[in-house]
Structure formats: C-alpha cells, structure tokens
Design a protein around this ligand. Structure first.
Ligand code: GLA
Length: 395
C-alpha cells in the first residue's frame, strides 16, 4: 500500500470481510470515486462540455485467484453479502443479482481484449449512497475494471477503461449513458474540477477558489422509469441533431455543433418536443464555456448564477427535474452564503449540488434540511464534497 487511502475504514472492512469469506487475502484492491456534476447537464452524449469532480466517496474492489484451473468466478456485494457465481470467460446478464451486471459487463469488455483464463473470488464495498445521483454504478465499473486490468495483466488506457464501463451500462444495465460518470471517476483531481470535452476527450483540471465548497443534498427520491426517461431524452437530442444536420449549412454531427442563435432561429420549424429538449444541452454547453471564463476571473457569484440557470433549463426544457429537487434549489436561493444550486446527474430524483461559501456551509446544510423536511416531512442527506483524485490501485 503506497499512499494514504481515502475512506480507509471502508477499505479495512472490505479486506476483513474478504478474508472471512474467502480465507485468503486479496491479491489486488482498487478504488474508484463517485462524481458530482457541477455544470453541463446531458451534454456528454451530445459531444459537449462538462465541469464535474471526483468526490471523496467511492468503491473498493478486491480480487484473488481461485485455486485450481477453470474460470469460475465468485462475486460478493460486500454490503449485503450476496454472492453471484458465473463463468468469468462468459459472463451473462443476471436477473437475480442485478448489482452483478455492472461488473459482468466490465468483465465482458476485458474478455474482448483477452479472454479470461482463470477464475476469481471478488468482493466490493463502497460508501456512495445508491440512487443518489453520485454515480455509484460508474464507481463500481471503474473499480472492477482497474482490478481486472491488473489481475489479468491487460493494459487499457484511461479512456478505454471509461468506455468499457459505459458499454457495461449500455449492454448489461440498459442505460444509454454518456461517458461523464466514468471519465470523472477515472480522471478526478484533488482540490480541482474536471473539465471534459466529450468530442476531443481533452480533459483538464480547473481550479476553483477554496472560499467555496459543494454540498450534495440527496433527496432520496427516485422516480419510476428513470432509465427509460433518460434513454428517451437522449433519443430526442439525436433527433434534434439530425434535424439541424439537414437544416444548417455547416456540418452537424451532434448538438455540440449547434449554437443558441441557430436554435432560436429554427425552434418553430421543429417538432415541438424535439425543439424543447434540444434547448437544454445547447444552452448547457454555453454555460460551461462561460463558467470556465468566470472561474478564471474568480467570479464565483457569476458561476453560481449559471448553476441556477442550468437548473431552470432542466426544469423547463428537459423536464428531468422533480418537486423534491426543485424545492431544494428554490429554497437554496434564500439561504445565506449559497451562490448556486442545481440538480446533478441524470435527474428525475437523486441529488442537488449546492455551491456555498465555506464559512456558511454548516448553517446552510441545516437550513436546507429544514426546507426539505418542512415540505416533504422527510430527511434529505447532506454531505460536504471534496474534489478528490481519480481511481487507482490501492494494493
Ligand atoms: C447520468 C449519465 C451521464 C450524463 C448525466 C447527465 O449521470 O450517466 O452520462 O449523461 O446523467 O449529464
């Protein structure tokens, strides 16, 4: 073990459980963080821009060889201690253990590079709340991918690792996600944001003043048909890109190529719902680029305003917000020290990210909890997020 481990207690619990269950020490342990999306909603699969960060919560994945020959695999979810068994050389989608599909999909990606020649015992454990919009599934995919890469001796680039995770979501979990979650988890920077261009895959760190921090407010709301709604939004964006490709006199391969002025000019000629949905990623790209400039000038108030605008765009154009998220964002506007707030991630539930002055953060968390409890008679869980380094091998 070569460096300080973020979430050391989770690591210790995992190793103890692993040894108790399998009777051997893990040979490899990897770690991958969750992510927070700061600005740039549903832009990744439109080849646009996102500002995000890897967070100080994540997932560890531990693995050791099985005795003897064969490719039988044992995979345990360390929180519930359920075990899935399957053939490492031919992992198939499981209806019984849905959680295992993220790992199986990643393994299938590695099998394409080099078929598995030995079996394994593996276990994972993390501290990202499930369904909170902090990308627990991407953290699991990335942690599993790093572990398989080391365990099977298959080298992959960071970007290819992200793509293997994404493919697992598409083919084993049925969500046609972009690459934001995996990229943020892999490339994360300590104390800095990740700025990604999802066309060129130019990925950079962007500094942000230590006078502000981010709170994640998990509404614990998860509305039905989340995955179906996500895929439907993506489809509408693709329809819009196809429209603009035929209507504009410059090449359009994705909504990234369309400006806000072009949208304004053409919106009334398009199918109304397609026009409405496409306004969101087009506007978000502009907001991310403006935000980068504002951060260069340390204009945190301006940055916060863009976060509020982003949420309004989600609510009005993309309709991927919900009452729980709206109440927190609206409530945040009146909380002292809060500069901006918006939904983070896919939407339809999950979390709100709030940018707040450090000295006001504790009081703001109390105020936001009250706003939520007064409206819904339920708790929302609020955590301070630290921008953290990306996924790595721990052992
Ligand atoms: C989810 C997806 C990402 C991205 C965001 C919205 O987190 O997994 O690929 O599309 O929603 O920005």
């Amino acid at each position: 073990m070569d460096k300080e481990i973020v979430n050391k207690s989770v690591y210790d619990i995992l190793v103890n459980k692993f040894v108790a269950k399998y009777g051997v020490e893990p040979e490899v342990v990897s770690y991958a963080p969750g992510r927070v999306e700061i600005l740039g909603n549903h832009t990744d699969y439109n080849e646009g821009y996102v500002l995000s960060a890897a967070i100080n919560y994540g997932t560890f994945f531990a693995i050791a060889s099985t005795e003897g020959e064969g490719t039988e695999a044992f995979l345990t979810a360390g929180d519930v201690m359920e075990e899935a068994t399957f053939d490492a050389a031919a992992p198939t989608v499981s209806r019984e253990y849905m959680w295992s599909n993220y790992v199986k999909g990643v393994l299938a990606g590695f099998n394409k590079l080099k078929p598995a020649t030995r079996g394994f015992k593996a276990m994972f454990l993390g501290n990202i709340p499930l369904g909170s919009g902090l990308s627990s599934s991407a953290a699991l995919e990335v942690a599993a991918g790093l572990a398989f890469s080391k365990f099977y001796g298959i080298e992959v680039s960071k970007l290819d690792l992200a793509k293997i995770g994404q493919k697992s979501e598409h083919e084993y979990a049925g969500v046609k996600c972009g690459l934001l979650d995996q990229v943020s988890s892999i490339y994360g920077f300590k104390d800095a944001l990740v700025w990604s261009d999802f066309r060129t895959f130019d990925i950079k760190n962007v500094n942000i003043s230590s006078d502000v921090c981010f709170l994640m407010c998990n509404t614990n709301a998860k509305h039905a048909l989340v995955d179906g709604a996500y895929n439907e939004r993506r489809q509408k964006c693709e329809q819009a890109a196809a429209y603009f490709a035929s209507a504009l006199d410059h090449p359009v391969t994705a909504l990234r190529d369309v400006t806000w002025m072009e949208w304004l000019k053409h919106k009334d000629d398009m199918e109304p719902l397609v026009a409405k949905r496409s306004a969101h990623p087009i506007g978000e790209d502009d907001r991310v680029l403006t935000a980068i400039e504002l951060l260069r000038n340390n204009d945190l108030e301006g940055f916060g305003k863009l976060m509020f605008e982003s949420h309004a765009s989600s609510r009005n154009y993309f309709e991927n917000s919900c009452p729980e998220l709206d109440v927190l964002v609206d409530g945040a506007k009146a909380v002292p020290g809060v500069l901006g707030a918006r939904l983070s991630g896919g939407g339809f539930g999950g979390s709100v990210v709030v940018m707040v002055k450090v000295e006001d953060a504790d009081a703001a968390a109390v105020a936001l909890r009250n706003v939520y409890a007064n409206k819904f008679s339920q708790r929302c869980d609020i955590r301070t997020i630290k921008c953290s380094e990306g996924a790595h091998i721990v052992k």
